[in-house]
Design a protein around this ligand. Structure first.
Ligand code: GLC
Ligand code: MG
Length: 762
């Protein structure tokens, strides 16, 4: 794609308007965009109705009071004038009323008249009957007089009208509030509005030149997120750790590892992120600690409080295998501890002993840690390895996937059905407890705390979906959707459609999807699928419904590095070279300068830089309007500024060996998008003439290959090269989702009302 294409794109008036709006929207972001119809949150409504209510009733009361006072003051003047020569009535109270005196003085021309008033006699209960009929009400009159007059028809009628007006006002406001609550769709939250970006802190940016990335390095690069229109950033662990699993083995959950900086650095990072409207999500690693954690040391020496903090069992010191359970990284998941004389369980490295969540003290200690970081102000947690939180207490052998294998052969993770070490009863209760804790902090205005869970359940997708919780008891906002990680297995349109549908058909209705194509545990997709698919995969990610998850470097198409044995850092790779995760963790490529701009001070980097960094780097891709980065940025803005892409229907319309095509539409809005992605190995021409709801001509909004401005294709013949993706726009009142047999999904149905630029439930 050439520079021309994005320039020409900007000429398209509506999109340009949206894009400029997003770009100019300032640090707090386009959430407040004036072009987007605003949904109304329940909180907004409560404030709105209370303030309207208060305003309305005080206004009416004010009017009522004013009317009375005005009337009475005027009357009082008349009374005084009238009683000037009539000494049978004494109006002592009016003398004490400065307002009256003023009026009197103005009305009758001076102190003499006021004095005359002061001398007037005959009210205040001393005289009764006919005398009262000679005066009129005035401001400041005693209760007895007021009551006497308040019964008169001329006062009673307006009073009643005003009273019923107040009541009608209140009822109308209540009805309006209820109607708006009932009709407003939910607001799209901060965790839904933009992609979620994963930072692996070791590899993002090294500020102090020790070759390892750090928190101050992240601070230095915050503008990168703004450039990409990213609002939420998940930072992989930076807790104090001996780094056997590079931070996923935590020695102190309440401290920052010196490699990454200090607690002050963290606090500054958080403040700066919040100042820019960015949200910080951190890792919560509940399943295990490091074997250097204070708790483990106390537990192995059988300290009364800590002795059951971990999963211990008797075993034979020379053959420490109480059962056949295996760790994720290979070998037995039991290790003998000489200090205690027992075996402890570790589902990962032996340096990562599993916590015992059947112990209420452990549960409480972990809740306290959640609270600690929420108090600090973090916006959410990525909860790791959650399916392994509890194990069966009976410790029976797990069934082998191949029963014919001799049981003594050492099985790997894949050789067993993990019936006793994963997804045990009680697990969801733990998540619900953490969720409840986070919800109490979410009550702070505008401070929703987000939760995402990590669980690879492979073909048992229903297990993954359980992390959404039930309609009544919520757990994660979403569990990570790892199914697109299988995309490279078979780059075809049908396969991608299958993976997308797998999530959409199994997701509980009303929930929000998400899409992961890479992380620190899996090979980079640009390497496994092929660099030529990097753009089309990002286009898929950013045009599907739900939150796209982007692992650092995917926005520029970074690839795996080759890591020799001597360069290997990941212990998992030492057990099994093919399971090593270093290749996808290489330093971020910022520029073509020294160390790709990752460390500009010294010539050390903890892992080698990818040799392609001269071309594949942020700086040079920013200059190139046809780069992977520019395309990512464009789509990220488009996704946010176009309602159909942000919260509209997703409908599959076509899939074959190459192409997967779907549309995004929103009821009531005539602008809609057709996305056509070629995952195949060859160029093809797709005929969508059978999709009768599509108009005949579709206009290209963005393509992953060069195209000319305003290019249109007839729906009967849409050409695409291998690895090409196209977003096409069309205008139509026809709705595909209304068709009975359509494969369509939407998280929450909403319709657009153009006249008032508003969304409503429909
Ligand atoms: C999580 C992390 C992974 C780590 C594991 C054990 O799954 O993603 O990197 O090795 O937990 O802590
Ligand atoms: Mg466990």
């Amino acid at each position: 794609m050439t520079g021309k294409h994005f320039q020409s794109l900007e000429k398209r008036s509506s999109l340009k308007a949206h894009q400029e709006l997003v770009l100019e929207d300032g640090p707090r972001g386009p959430l407040r965009s004036a072009l987007l119809p605003q949904c109304i949150s329940v909180f907004d409504l409560a404030c709105l109705s209370i303030s309207l209510w208060a305003c309305c009733s005080s206004l009416v009361q004010l009017v009522q009071l004013n009317a009375l006072l005005w009337d009475n003051t005027a009357s009082a003047v008349t009374v005084c004038e009238m009683t000037d020569g009539d000494r049978s009535v004494e109006l002592e109270e009016c003398v004490g009323n400065p307002g009256f005196l003023e009026e009197r003085v103005r009305g009758s021309g001076g102190p003499a008249a006021a004095a005359a008033c002061a001398e007037a006699t005959g009210v205040g209960g001393r005289d009764t009957g006919t005398e009262y009929t000679q005066i009129r009400p005035y401001a400041g009159m005693p209760k007895e007089v007021l009551l006497l007059y308040s019964g008169q028809a001329r006062y009673r009628a307006p009073r009643q009208v005003l009273f019923w007006l107040v009541i009608a006002c209140i009822l109308a406001l209540v009805a309006l509030t209820v109607a708006i609550i009932a009709l407003s769709p939910r607001c799209v939250g901060w965790w839904q509005v933009s992609p979620l970006y994963q930072v692996y802190p070791r590899s993002f940016r090294d500020s102090d030149g020790d070759g390892v990335g750090d928190l101050r390095g992240i601070i230095e690069q915050l503008s990168h997120f703004e450039y990409l229109n990213i609002k939420s950033v998940w930072i992989s662990p930076f807790y104090r750790s001996p780094m056997q699993d590079l931070g996923y083995d935590v020695e102190d959950f309440r401290d920052v590892d010196p490699l990454y900086g200090t607690m002050q650095d963290f606090e500054e990072l958080l403040t700066q992120m919040h100042n820019r409207g960015l949200k910080l999500i951190m890792d919560f690693i509940p399943n295990h600690t490091s074997d250097r954690h204070r708790w483990f040391n106390l537990s192995r020496s059988r300290d009364e409080h800590y002795k059951d903090y971990y999963v211990w069992t008797d075993c034979n010191a020379s053959a420490p295998r109480p059962n056949n359970w295996v760790s994720v990284f290979g070998n037995s998941s039991w290790t003998y501890d000489e200090v205690r004389g027992q075996c402890y369980l570790h589902q990962f490295l032996k340096e990562q002993p599993d916590l015992n969540f059947r112990n209420p003290h452990v549960r409480q200690a972990m809740i306290d840690i959640v609270r600690f970081w929420l108090e600090k102000g973090v916006d959410g947690f990525r909860m790791g390895a959650v399916k392994r939180l509890l194990e069966a207490t009976h410790l029976r052998n797990e069934p082998q996937t191949d029963p014919c294998k001799p049981p003594e052969s050492f099985p790997s993770e894949w050789d067993l059905h993990h019936d006793y070490t994963t997804s045990q009863l009680g697990l969801h209760q733990l998540l619900q407890e953490w969720r409840a804790e986070m919800d109490t902090y979410s009550r702070e205005a505008g401070r929703y705390r987000f939760m995402v869970t990590e669980s690879y359940d492979h073909e048992e997708v229903d297990k993954t979906m359980m992390y959404y919780g039930s309609p009544l008891v919520k757990e994660s906002d979403f569990p990570f959707n790892f199914y697109l990680l299988d995309l490279p297995q078979n780059t075809s349109g049908l396969w991608v459609q299958h993976l997308v549908h797998l999530w959409m058909t199994n997701m509980p209705s009303g929930r929000w999807p998400n899409w992961v194509v890479g992380n620190h545990d899996t090979p980079r997709i640009a390497s496994s699928a092929g660099q030529s698919y990097a753009r089309v995969i990002n286009m898929l990610l950013l045009t599907l419904p739900g939150t796209p998850i982007t692992y650092y470097g995917e926005e520029i198409g970074m690839e795996n590095i080759n890591v020799s044995l001597s360069q290997m850092q990941d212990l998992a790779g030492k057990y099994n070279a093919s399971a090593g995760r270093d290749p996808q963790r290489s330093p971020m490529q910022w520029s073509s300068n020294m160390n790709a701009g990752f460390n500009s001070r010294t010539n050390v980097t903890w892992l080698p830089i990818h040799p392609d960094y001269n071309n594949v780097n942020v700086e040079s891709q920013k200059e190139d309007n046809g780069s992977v980065l520019t395309q990512y940025r464009f789509l990220s803005h488009l996704r946010q500024s176009e309602l159909p892409l942000q919260r509209g229907w997703f409908c599959s319309v076509y899939a074959d060996a190459s192409v997967f095509s779907y549309l995004r539409e929103l009821d009531g809005l005539d602008r809609a998008f057709l996305v056509l992605l070629n995952f195949g190995k060859e160029a093809t021409v797709t005929d969508l003439s059978s999709v009768d709801k599509l108009p005949d001509l579709l206009t290209v909004v963005v393509s992953t290959v060069p195209w000319t401005a305003g290019r249109q294709f007839p729906k009967s013949s849409i050409p695409s090269a291998a690895g090409e993706g196209l977003v096409l726009q069309y205008s139509s009142q026809q709705r595909f989702n209304a068709q009975p047999a359509a494969h369509c999904y939407v998280s929450e149905k909403a319709c657009y009302l153009g006249v008032v630029n508003l969304l409503y439930k429909c």
